[in-house]
Ligand binder design. Structure first.
Ligand SMILES: Cc1cc2nc3c(=O)[nH]c(=O)nc-3n(C[C@H](O)[C@H](O)[C@H](O)COP(=O)(O)OP(=O)(O)OC[C@H]3O[C@@H](n4cnc5c(N)ncnc54)[C@H](O)[C@@H]3O)c2cc1C
Length: 386
């Protein structure tokens, strides 16, 4: 592993010690029950790990994205799934960068302590998908309130969050010069909203990821819950995505190392035809190739984090890191499942669970095709395709 990352050994050891209290059978049971790892997330919050990116003046630990990414990586490397809680780590960035001083003073210390959970961000809609600027959810100003109507889909952790960042259109698409204008972001207090204009419909899914469809029917939110300036929400959301991409890249890298460790051990021990299956090059090569791709992806993740921490542009690197890491973890997952033979399909080996979990990152939070198209257009100068 990269020597630079070894500078974070202290963080690694501490996160590993916490994760050791939640071994594989804990996560397996949660998966079987389609539950939520409440005790694990509470322990992470209590230990302050999810407040890594919150500045010290607001009660967080004021660490950089690199350190935060090491925390996420270690959770996945230990067999857990950061997807249950990563929102608490990065959603607050929107408030931190674009919130008023009053909003920051009120929310950030409570998020840092875990008194308020900001696990959710609602962007995706069923009828418009990746074409975000066409989203149909509206926020209409009426007196000192905004009235929200519309629908969102795949909104994660709503049932385990107190607050949610919402992207909605405040000026109709037809009335703006650029389609990215006229959208705004709000902080929604879910404790007030659910049952009072917001209905939450859980979506059963392959990953046991707590995710939901949301229906807004004249939900009223106070005007002071607008973050930043009205109409600039899309830009604010984009600002936060680089951190999200880099953190998810780190989670994929953690998954990848988990698969490589697991399969390496297994193929050394499993004897077929009188020798370890790992003695066959047909078995060795796919594992070695996945490991090489993982190490390369790790370098790009590190580069993206370093640029972010130096306040330099990092959109390209964060997206590339996310794609390379998601591809490498998926490649490692495939090799791990394949060389466990039938046992890879048995839940007690955890391979099938991690296989499902890491597959998500080919699609969310941004699909691989959209990253390719971003690089083609914005880095290589090829004609815009959509
Ligand atoms: C478990 C889970 C959790 C999620 N959590 C959240 C959340 O908390 N908040 C939130 O806002 N969203 C969330 N999402 C939504 C996620 O970000 C979207 O699913 C993802 O961005 C893809 O959008 P879509 O599903 O609408 O796919 P679509 O936009 O319908 O695209 C489908 C596929 O078509 C291809 N495609 C689309 N357009 C193009 C193009 N122009 N060129 C080439 N290929 C293209 C891509 O391969 C893409 O995967 C979550 C999704 C899942 C599955």
């Amino acid at each position: 592993m990269s020597t630079k990352l070894d500078a974070y050994q202290e963080i690694r050891d501490a996160v590993r010690a916490l994760c050791a209290e939640f071994p594989a059978d804990y996560f397996r049971k949660i998966d079987e029950e389609r539950g939520y790892p409440e005790a694990f997330v509470n322990a992470l919050t209590k230990a302050g790990w999810l407040a890594a990116l919150i500045p010290e003046e607001y009660g967080g630990s004021g660490l950089g994205l690199t350190e935060a990414s090491v925390i996420m990586e270690e959770i996945n490397r230990c067999g857990g799934n950061s997807g249950a809680c990563h929102g608490q780590m990065y959603n607050m960035g929107t408030l931190l960068r674009h919130g008023s001083q009053q909003q920051k003073d009120y929310y950030l210390p409570k998020i840092a302590s875990g008194e308020l959970r900001l696990q959710s961000m609602a962007v995706t809609e069923p009828s418009t998908g990746t074409d975000t600027t066409k989203l149909k959810t509206t926020a209409v100003k009426k007196g000192n309130k905004y009235i929200i109507n519309g629908q969102k889909v795949w909104i994660s952790r709503v049932q385990h969050s107190d607050l949610m960042i919402l992207l909605a259109r405040t000026t109709p698409l037809a009335d703006v010069k650029k389609k990215s204008e006229g959208m705004s972001i709000f902080v929604v207090d879910l404790r007030d909203a659910i049952g009072n204009g917001l209905t939450v419909q859980p979506i059963l899914n392959m990953v046991n990821h707590e995710t939901n469809e949301l229906f807004f029917d004249n939900l009223e939110i106070p005007e002071e819950n607008l973050i930043g300036e009205e109409g600039k929400g899309f830009r604010y959301i984009l600002d936060g995505l680089n951190a999200e991409r880099a953190l998810i890249a780190a989670e994929c890298i953690g998954d990848g190392y988990w698969f490589i460790d697991k399969v390496t051990k297994y193929v050394n021990e499993r004897i077929v035809f009188g020798r370890p299956i790992g003695q066959n090059q047909g078995v060795q090569f796919p594992i070695a190739k996945a490991y090489i791709n993982l190490e390369a992806a790790n370098l790009m993740r590190l580069k993206a984090c370093e640029l972010f921490d130096a306040h330099l542009p990092c959109g390209t690197e964060a997206n590339m890191a996310k794609m390379l890491a998601a591809d490498a973890s998926w490649e490692a997952a495939n090799a791990c499942l394949q060389f466990h033979g039938g046992f890879g399909f048995a839940c007690e080996y955890d391979v099938e669970r991690k296989f499902r979990e890491t597959r998500l990152y080919q699609v969310a939070p941004i699909s691989t095709n959209l990253i390719l198209s971003y690089v083609a257009e914005h880095v290589l100068g090829l004609p815009r395709s959509f």
